[in-house]
Design a binder for this molecule. Sequence first.
Ligand code: PLP
Length: 398
Amino acid sequence: MTRAAGRHFLQIPGPTNVPDRVLRAIDFPTMDHRGPDFGSLGKEVLTGMKRVFKTASHVVIYPASGTGAWEAALANTLSPGDQVLMYETGHFAALWQKMATRLGLQPEFIAGDWRSGADPQAIETRLRDDQAHRIKAVCVVHNETATGVVSRIAEVRRAIDAAKHPALFLVDTISSLGSIDYRHDEWGVDVTVGGSQKGLMLPPGLSFNAISTQALAASKTAKMPRSFWDWGEMIASNKDGYFPYTPATNLLYGLREALKMLLEEEGLENVFARHQRHAEATRRAVRAWGLEVLAKNPAEYSSSLTAVLMPAGHDADRVRKLILENFDMSLGTGLGKLAGKVFRIGHLGDFNDLTLMGTLSGCEMGLELAGAPIKREGVQAALQYLAECRRSPVRAAA
Ligand code: PLP
């Protein structure tokens, strides 16, 4: 194997690049998770995560990938055979739906075009039809990582309320938490699902549920079998900062450091503005190449990733392969029915203007090498936008 000089560009939409200081925080002797010092670490990260979710209610942390927190959200709130209303935003929504079926629930999937977010009107109409209130939960993916499309969660909440329906509202924020504005309490979400490996700038291995009072009440009567995922024991131990089983201690050291960076040093609102700026610069590059952004509606553009549609007859995976071989950069592949049709540029996590320009340069060179019919103007368009943002910071927040 030949050595690749310089740092690998990990520009998939998560896992993202882990900052050196977070890696250093993790690289510390593991402590006794039942000893006297652990409780203060536990309390600190649980309090910090409430600020990230924007909730005054409970947050639990699992030593698991995001899929685990998906299962926890369903298993704690529902009973076998319950109907759930899910929305087909893309590959990850489809995986959550598959999980619901496997767990013995009855998911109903509102069909989507994989280029748009969940339609609040369609959800309202379906819930109004459900006079008997058989639907027990509405599940939506906030940021569909397969498509780069954001669903309007506050509007979905209003749709549920307008239908006067008691269903719980479950939202996946795995690729938006810490990158795109999200408000668990204000938006009336009952369970929010999160993961460590994207906006939180940590390695994979932690996942989260933020839990409303209504969701907690539902968990007392919900009959899905659960043990590892059970909120009851977790919340009881968390009161003093401890866990009912062995937590991922070193990842919690990393989480403490990442929370310091996001909440104290940069500030969440600045983090969101930075992601917006990089997403807009990326979309300008895509258009200047003469290519199309997969997301259809500007109000639903994702700030954490951009899916780029390749022209017919040009394989997106061939472009990704050439970019990896020539420039040592990983980009996201097309998932599910988008395989070969799109590549995804991750611009989330520990990411700045120059990381973006390196990323877009790699894309432009790779597209050219692949013989894609592009104009060599994308990098220039992004540079120009980033420079304008520096001259007039109001633009950056626009
Ligand atoms: N939901 C979304 C939106 C995701 O992007 C992912 C993973 O990328 C998952 C769920 C599954 O999470 P994990 O792969 O961490 O289990």
